[in-house]
Design a binder for this molecule. Structure first.
Ligand SMILES: [Zn+2]
Length: 104
């Protein structure tokens, strides 16, 4: 009865792998490739972690990364490097809400 009752351990490596899996479009194919390489979005992932320079295509992925890698640092979207904002003009999309950056 104890067949697959494995305790779940979330090592940093595992989480990193998960993030990698989620940042890498698993759809594959042409659309996936374009998305993965970010060609349509300025040739790069959107967000860059200010702490370790890892990149993520969206705020959610970056937050997951942040929570796992920098749990002691408050997550502040404003501190992320939005590569699209600096390189490509992207005003068509509403920016995700800033959480807690203006709070003390
Ligand atoms: Zn980081």
């Amino acid at each position: 009865m104890t067949g697959k009752a494995k305790p779940k351990k979330h090592t940093a490596k595992e989480i990193a792998a998960k993030i990698d899996a989620s940042t890498t479009n698993r759809g594959g194919g042409k659309a996936g490739l374009a998305d993965r390489s970010g060609i349509e979005k300025g040739g790069h992932a959107k967000y860059e972690c200010p702490h370790c320079k890892i990149t993520a295509p969206d705020i959610k992925t970056m937050q997951i990364h942040h929570d796992s890698k920098h749990p002691k640092v408050p997550f502040e979207e404003a501190k992320l490097s939005n590569l699209h904002a600096t390189v490509a003009v992207d005003t068509s999309k509403p920016r995700p809400g800033v959480r807690g950056s203006s709070k003390k």
